[in-house]
Ligand binder design. Structure first.
Ligand code: ZN
Ligand code: ZN
Length: 237
């Protein structure tokens, strides 16, 4: 047992460890209870390896080369991500990053990655939230994959538009105008970049960020997210 684990074990005696989703008391070294873990709908083997959707996006319009998503954006994944975004509980990110790393390794994508980055958050929002959850996921993933993390490649303009309230085409336009290359970026010519976010919906955000990374000279961009919404889901059921 490492000193960090020992501290967690002792803390657990006074402050019991709880499931990140349902708050049930769980073993000191777990993140989720068994019931919540089993309820998570894994989608890694049932989606397109390029766009990570069951019903493909238009591949010709994609600026990234591959995408990896872990879970369908349904409960209890929604609560796990809410905890990460709004309640400063980053356990779900740690758990998901470990799982994402396994998938990247299984698909043979991990080895070629040169650096890890994330979808940036506007400074105003970061101040309000206290952290950029995409950066937390990317940080854990970089550590797991033993690759360098660079969070200073892209910037998010302080726009007032709330992206999640927009629809398809509006999202694409909003995303395009929201992200740009950071003036203090490093040289990433010829590199393979892993781009991280929490939820992958229409792909507009990942696509806009991947476009910037390609403009910076990235050879390949792999998009990774904890969750994905599935357009074709209802019809398939
Ligand atoms: Zn639970
Ligand atoms: Zn596809």
């Amino acid at each position: 047992m490492t000193s960090k684990q020992l501290l967690k074990f002792i803390t657990d005696i006074f402050l019991p460890n709880r499931c990140v989703v349902c708050s049930k008391v769980i073993r000191w070294d777990k993140i989720m209870c068994k019931a919540c873990d089993e309820k998570l709908e894994r989608i890694t083997d049932s989606v397109c390896p390029v766009c990570a959707k069951k019903e493909c996006l238009d591949h010709a319009s994609l600026n990234f080369d591959a995408a990896v998503c872990l879970y369908s954006f349904e409960e209890p994944c929604i609560t796990g991500i809410y905890q990460l975004k709004h309640a400063q509980n980053i356990s779900f990110a740690r758990h998901s990053a470990a799982e994402l790393a396994k998938v990247l390794e299984k698909r043979g994508l991990a080895q070629g990655i040169d650096l890890v980055t994330c979808v940036p958050m506007s400074r105003r929002k970061k101040r309000k939230r206290g952290h950029n959850h995409a950066e937390v996921i990317a940080g854990y993933l970089a550590k797991r994959l033993d690759k360098p993390f660079d969070g200073k490649l892209l910037i998010h303009a302080n726009t007032m538009t709330e992206h999640h309230k927009l629809l398809g085409k509006q999202r694409t336009e909003n995303a395009k105008s929201s992200f740009s290359i950071s003036p203090s970026h490093k040289d990433i010519s010829g590199k393979t970049v892993l781009l991280c976010d929490d939820v992958y919906t229409t792909g507009a955000t990942m696509n806009a960020c991947a476009d910037c990374l390609k403009q910076l000279g990235a050879k390949r961009v792999i998009a990774a997210a904890i969750a994905s919404t599935q357009r074709g889901r209802k019809r398939e059921k």
